[in-house]
Design a protein around this ligand. Structure first.
Ligand SMILES: Nc1ncnc2c1ncn2[C@@H]1O[C@H](COP(=O)(O)OP(=O)(O)OP(=O)(O)O)[C@@H](O)[C@H]1O
Ligand SMILES: [Mg+2]
Length: 320
């Protein structure tokens, strides 16, 4: 089976050329936000992308949706390389790919009714008659658990959870194959968070969606993700099926994220701690060439992402 979304060796650096560096005569600085990320989102599967703030998750998601240009690498959607397609050629393909953001308040136009917001993709792509649009929008409201009577309301009249339902309805209007969800529940209260996760789970099954679900919390995506990729400093440091990540994490950074999950057990809670950057570096696993299932390039210095089993990748130092 081929992936719905394939990211091949994606890189993104941002130039920080203005200001102090130039003033003092230094070279313009580059921030490497994404440093060689390869990921596959398979049909009808949810891939969770987890990492702390600044690890490069959103930059990956934005590049995947062609909302941000890549520095290098390729983005393949349903077998088509979309990395450098011109906007006019890209536009019809955009129907296949949608994104939901964390901050639904700023992504919903306050001057538009909820019905206009959800129908906007049809207007952009010139689809359906007005009557057909109304009907489909009504169905979409129902699908995301909002009463049809909300259609003439405005975003400010909604709660955070309801606004996120509207964002999801709009994203699903064109029946995309791939959805990028960038922390869609981070701004929500715990109970509302769970409702929105459940909704996404139901919609994913019903519509056969493939989802790249971005989160900084492992426990948020546990119930939704088939597979989890852990991102640290712009790189994937571990990737495995969700239960393997929870039972057999091998990279110190993944372990540190697991430690940070709030525990219901008060005794365990005391021991919660994050590792420092030095501790993480000092604890990067070492594997011997014999332990890895794929051939790694041993001449490369520094850690590399290797398969420790068929579906489990870990960034490790490979020793001869
Ligand atoms: N437009 C930009 N210009 C310069 N630097 C940027 C830009 N966008 C992101 N960065 C930098 O790239 C790195 C990765 O940012 P990104 O937003 O992708 O992280 P993230 O994992 O989504 O974090 P968060 O959990 O806070 O959303 C950060 O160091 C950030 O400061
Ligand atoms: Mg982000």
């Amino acid at each position: 089976m081929s992936p719905v979304l394939e990211l091949r060796n994606l890189r993104k650096s941002f130039g920080m050329g203005s200001g102090f560096a130039n003033f003092f005569g230094g070279a313009p600085q580059q921030v490497v936000a994404v440093d060689g990320v390869s990921l596959n989102v398979m049909p009808r599967k949810v891939l969770g992308l987890v990492g702390e703030s600044g690890s490069g998750k959103s930059t990956c998601g934005l590049m995947a949706m062609r909302l941000l240009d890549v520095t290098s690498g390729e983005i393949i959607v349903n077998g088509t390389d979309i990395t450098r397609l011109e906007p006019a050629v890209l536009k019809p393909l955009r129907k296949q790919m949608q994104i939901v953001f964390q901050d639904s308040y700023s992504s919903l136009d306050p001057m538009m009714t909820l019905s206009q917001i959800v129908a906007e993709p049809f207007v952009i792509h010139g689809m359906y008659t007005i009557q057909e649009r109304n009907e489909i929008v009504g169905d979409l409201f129902e699908k995301v658990g909002l009463d049809r009577s909300y259609r003439s309301r405005y975003p400010h009249e909604l709660s955070g959870g309801q606004r996120q339902r509207i964002s999801i309805a709009r994203a699903l209007a064109l029946k995309p194959d791939i959805l990028v969800a960038d922390e869609p529940t981070s701004a929500l209260d715990v109970s509302v968070k769970a409702q929105v996760i459940n909704l996404m789970h139901d919609l994913q099954e019903e519509m056969g969606l493939s989802i790249l679900f971005i989160s900084h919390e492992l426990n948020v995506i546990r119930s939704l993700a088939d597979e989890i990729a852990v991102m640290h400093n712009g790189r994937i440091v571990e990737q495995a099926p969700t239960e393997t990540i929870f039972k057999d994490a091998q990279h110190p950074y993944t372990k540190s994220l697991l430690n940070a999950i709030p525990s219901l057990d008060a005794r365990k809670r005391v021991r919660r701690s994050f590792m420092t950057a030095e501790e993480i570096t000092a604890n990067i696993p070492k594997v011997s060439q014999a332990d890895i299932t794929t051939t790694a390039n041993v001449s490369t210095t520094g850690p590399q992402l290797v398969n420790v089993s068929e579906d489990h990748k870990v960034e490790a130092i490979v020793e001869g």
